[in-house]
Design a protein around this ligand. Structure first.
Ligand code: DOR
Ligand code: ZN
Length: 347
């Protein structure tokens, strides 16, 4: 059996910089037409001119890894409490950026320059609403007294819903939704709200992370939740509903920084996302909706045409082997292990 789709896009991707960028850029370019690039570098991508410079480093890395590739990085800015509304609006109007990313300060990798209180960035958000610039949100509260498994649900009640009531015209993407609460919040909204879903949150729950030994390569943020939440995410992704689309959150860290006494958060799923998704959608009886999720809903939300090219996936008789680790200097990045046999491959 084979299925052919419009070439997919990745609406949430970490490519890093320097040696890591050079090591991973070609991997996403192999399957994806475009990717929305996250700005959490050190220092972060804050201004329009930062984004222009970072984009050309990405393009150079992609053409070294895959000469002739048509892969297109789409840029975001990292929202800080010093961000200028004018710079954001100009960067969006000139096509330099497609969205702005809000990290609550301290929520995740390289989020120290993020936002401590949404009220401090209201003028920027008001300008974005006025000019139709999309806000991508890492939706977790960071209060130390709120349990890590509850941080997404609490963010909806304490931050996101009040913000959307105050600024209903703001177009918001809840990035990497991990809970039933998150998909229900999106399902109950009429307009101006969408969500990305990652490959790994569609495949693993917190038992995969913690039972039978701790698995640092499954540690990511937001953290994987209970199985009932994973099932709600699969139902949302497979529904065909235009408000849900693929954002892999593929986030490379070296093996030594993952397998450490304080391991980094992030799952590197760029090499096998499409094979994994075919497996998830097949199991849900929803292969017909894979194209909407991976290739159509994202561009529609961002006002872009779907890719012209296509990609073909084939069902094979024996389980596929895991992709090889990616070498970075003396170290490597381990690809996502989907914790089950996968019988699909991109041909
Ligand atoms: O697991 C994660 N890794 N979640 C994030 O929000 C950031 C990402 C990273 O940059 O490593
Ligand atoms: Zn991310």
């Amino acid at each position: 059996m084979q299925i052919t789709l419009r070439q997919p896009d990745d609406w949430h991707l970490h490519l890093r910089d320097g040696d890591m960028l050079n090591a991973v850029a070609g991997v996403s370019a192999q399957h994806f037409g475009r990717a929305l690039i996250m700005p959490n570098l050190v220092p972060p991508v804050v201004t329009g001119s930062d984004a222009i410079a970072y984009k050309s480093r990405i393009e150079a890395a992609v053409s070294r890894a895959m000469p002739g590739s048509s892969f297109q990085p789409l840029m975001t800015l990292y929202l800080t409490e010093q961000t200028s509304a004018e710079d954001v609006v100009n960067a969006a109007a000139s096509g330099t950026i497609l969205a702005v990313k809000l990290y609550p300060a301290g929520a995740t990798t390289n989020s120290a320059s993020g936002v401590t209180d949404v009220s401090r960035v209201m003028p920027v958000l008001e300008s974005m609403a006025e000019h139709g610039v999309v806000l991508c949100v890492h939706g977790e509260v960071t209060d130390s007294n709120i349990d890590i498994f509850d941080r997404e649900a609490r963010f909806i009640d304490l931050v996101l819903d009040p913000l959307r009531r105050q600024l209903p015209e703001l177009r918001v993407v809840m990035e990497h939704v991990t809970t039933r609460d998150g998909v229900q919040y999106v399902a109950n909204s009429d307009t101006n709200l969408a969500a990305t879903l990652t490959t790994h949150h569609l495949m693993i729950n917190r038992n995969h992370l913690l039972v039978g030994g701790i698995r640092p390569h499954y540690y990511c943020l937001p953290i994987a939740k209970r199985e009932e939440h994973r099932q709600a995410l699969v139902a949302a992704a497979c529904s065909g509903d235009a408000r849900y689309f693929l954002g892999t959150d593929s986030a490379p860290h070296t093996r030594s920084t993952k397998e450490s006494d304080c391991g980094c958060a992030g799952v590197f799923n760029a090499p096998n996302t499409m094979a994994c998704l075919a497996s998830v959608f097949e199991e849900a009886g929803a292969l017909d909706n894979l194209e909407a999720f991976a290739s159509l809903n994202g561009p529609a939300w961002y006002g872009l045409a779907p890719n012209e090219k296509t990609i073909t996936l084939e069902k094979v008789g024996t389980p596929c082997v895991l992709p090889d680790p990616i070498v970075v200097g003396e170290d490597c990045v381990m690809p996502f292990d989907p914790a089950r046999d996968i019988y699909w491959q991109v041909i």
